[in-house]
Design a binder for this molecule. Structure first.
Ligand code: ADP
Ligand code: GLC
Length: 502
């Protein structure tokens, strides 16, 4: 089973969110199951710097009119998987992020940047770039890879089976239609219905229309995106394809997120011996300039500061949260207005609210270990990974009952605590009041050390490792693979075309 796994982010080479974590851990879990899985990533500067064992495999003087392109063979730093980097300096050698410049503006040529990436993916998967490797399955992820299923389906000849995983339906890669001819897509100048989206073109819609199978990252989100509330305008298409759509829950990579071995922590701890967590809390309070009060509950938020994450609601509620007797630490970046509001609250309550605007991986680990409660209220959440990490670190999550949060956290009620199933706290609506009520419930339980410890143990004992989900993906690949091997129609079509062409 040969799989080309295409993603725009792979930890630790490039990361803006959970996509990177998944694109590192899932391929590694599949490789352990015997899959020949190879990754493809744009050659962003840090990726080119940090990938291991690099060698240039192919050089093209001018690829699609964007100048030189080199396909670089490399290995992922920790897991030693084959990763192909599309080194195309005119498109990817830039300071700033993978999608935006340093000021938060989308790169104006994003359509072309990712179209080129997708063309390389399609050619690599069909065996056109390497003499000895082609894919049975192409596993695409999010809009950045949405053209690959379309290119493969519309190009005559044998092709791999295709699977597209939706990590976030809200990001769709929608561009003005006049860029279409520049993208070099099969089928000439007629824009396929499956690509057109309200007078524009949508990379995600192309993937959803043409991929043989679709998955998203939790069972609940798979149901939610069929509705107008969460379908982001694509619910009609998703309903049409619902028999090809499955929800497979993300996992946590416990090689990286394990309090027993985490090298970023001042002290390690585990389910049997949690003493080190107290050391982590004291150190974190000192590091962030919070009052050194080991008994005060410390609520943490590690997140993109955006509306998706309800960071606007949290920012409004901060004074009331600390009014309930808690301390708060916020680590994140995102909407400037929300960042500023949180910074202002931290200035007003310097020893009770701490904020670090930015993206700091080691600090995220220390916060996860030193906090008592992770606040994770989302308007929608395809899966969410931080609540999984938090539980493993004995930091009880407060989540909104949506998407993957609903599938992973069990609300602490009298009954669930008694039955030893509780792992955190959940609330339903998006109002500040409902969130604050839930925080009150969590703080009340915090005052009952025995009950708290019981829920904490239950949370730490959960196994959200990748093994189970990797098996589900493997089963899906197997479903697709015979489709690939026995594709007589495609081959016959080719023969017919060749004959017709004389
Ligand atoms: P999303 O992908 O929607 O942002 P996830 O929960 O799936 O949400 O993944 C978020 C990932 O990004 C986690 O690995 C989390 O630890 C990390 N993260 C988020 N914000 C920060 C930050 N400011 N600094 C470091 N890591 C962060
Ligand atoms: C997206 C989603 C998040 C999910 C992650 C990885 O960024 O917002 O919920 O966990 O992708 O699949």
């Amino acid at each position: 089973m040969r799989v080309l796994f295409i993603s725009s982010e792979v930890y630790p080479l490039i990361k803006t969110g959970g996509l990177a974590d998944v694109s590192a851990a899932l391929p590694a879990a599949l490789a352990e199951l015997g899959v020949d899985i190879q990754l493809l990533l744009p050659g962003y500067p840090k990726a080119l710097e940090f990938a291991a064992k690099k060698s240039v495999q192919i050089e093209v003087a001018d690829f699609m009119g964007v100048g030189p392109m080199r396909l670089i063979s490399a290995r992922t730093p920790d897991t030693n998987l084959r990763i192909w980097l599309v080194d195309c300096p005119s498109l990817y050698q830039r300071s700033g992020g993978p999608y935006q410049d340093g000021n938060g503006h989308d790169w104006p040529d994003n359509a072309l940047r990712f179209a080129v990436f997708n063309h390389v993916a399609a050619q690599l998967s069909r065996g056109l770039l390497l003499p000895d490797w082609r894919a049975d399955i192409v596993h695409a992820n999010d809009w950045h890879t949405g053209l690959v299923p379309m290119i493969l389906a519309e190009t005559p000849g044998q092709r791999p089976g295709t699977l597209l995983t939706i990590h976030n339906l809200a990001f769709q890669g929608v561009f003005p239609i006049d860029i279409y001819p520049r993208l070099d897509l099969p089928g000439g100048n007629v824009i396929p219905d499956g690509f057109e989206f309200y007078g524009k073109i949508s990379f995600l819609k192309a993937g959803l229309s043409y991929s043989d199978r679709l998955t998203t990252v939790s069972p609940t989100y798979a149901r939610e995106i069929l509705t107008a509330e969460h379908g982001c305008g694509l619910e009609g298409l998703l309903q049409y394809r619902k028999n090809d759509l499955a929800g497979i829950l993300n996992g946590a990579d416990y090689h990286i997120w394990d309090p027993a071995t985490d090298a970023h922590l001042p002290a390690n701890f585990n389910l049997q011996d949690i003493a080190g967590k107290r050391v982590c809390k004291t150190a974190l309070q000192a590091e962030l300039g919070l009052e050194p009060e080991p008994e005060t509950p410390l609520i943490v938020l590690v997140s993109r500061l955006t509306e998706q994450k309800m960071a606007d609601v949290v920012a409004d509620a901060l004074p009331r949260i600390i009014g309930s007797g808690a301390q708060c630490a916020v680590i994140g970046n995102g909407d400037r207005g929300i960042e500023e509001q949180i910074e202002a609250a931290a200035r007003q309550y310097p020893n009770r609210i701490a904020v670090r605007i930015g993206y700091e991986e080691p600090l995220a680990h220390r916060v996860m270990a030193g906090g008592d409660i992770l606040l994770h209220p989302s308007r929608f959440e395809p899966c969410g990974l931080t609540q999984l990490y938090a539980m493993h670190y004995g930091t009880l999550p407060i989540v909104r009952n949506t998407g993957g949060l609903r599938d992973t956290v069990v609300d602490a009620t009298e009954l669930s605590i008694r039955e030893s199933t509780a792992t955190g706290f959940t609330f339903e609506g998006v109002s500040t009041t409902e969130m604050l009520d839930c925080i009150e419930r969590a703080l009340a339980l915090y005052q009952q050390p025995l009950a708290w410890r019981k829920v904490q143990r239950q949370a730490m004992a959960q196994d959200f490792g990748w093994a189970k989900s990797a098996h589900q993906y493997l089963a899906l690949y197997h479903d697709l693979a015979p489709f690939d091997a026995a594709r007589p129609e495609a081959i016959i079509d080719d023969c017919v075309r060749e004959k017709a062409a004389g």
